[in-house]
Design a protein around this ligand. Sequence first.
Ligand SMILES: N[C@@H](CCC(=O)N[C@@H](CS)C(=O)NCC(=O)O)C(=O)O
Length: 83
Amino acid sequence: MKLELFVMTGCPFCGKVLDFLKSSGRTDVQILNITADPAANERLLREGGMDQVPCLFIDGKPLYESGDIIEWLGSHPAESAQA
Ligand SMILES: N[C@@H](CCC(=O)N[C@@H](CS)C(=O)NCC(=O)O)C(=O)O
């Protein structure tokens, strides 16, 4: 499963999700910072449909809202952690 988290610098909601990732030791989520990466910003708008972060792309399907993202990540552990 491909997981991509779109964030931006200084966003507290993004910080909440990043803190969750760090505390869970999860490394299977690719981080894309739209502040530093204009192509990622364009992709978020085009494929996600909303100019809002954080947004988690789950195999290309966008999930917005930090609380929903954390809930999803919590209920879908990293594949390597499932064994
Ligand atoms: N309720 C959302 C709030 C997210 C939010 O407000 N993000 C801000 C950055 S801190 C944003 O993307 N603002 C741009 C916009 O809403 O167009 C969440 O918890 O994820």
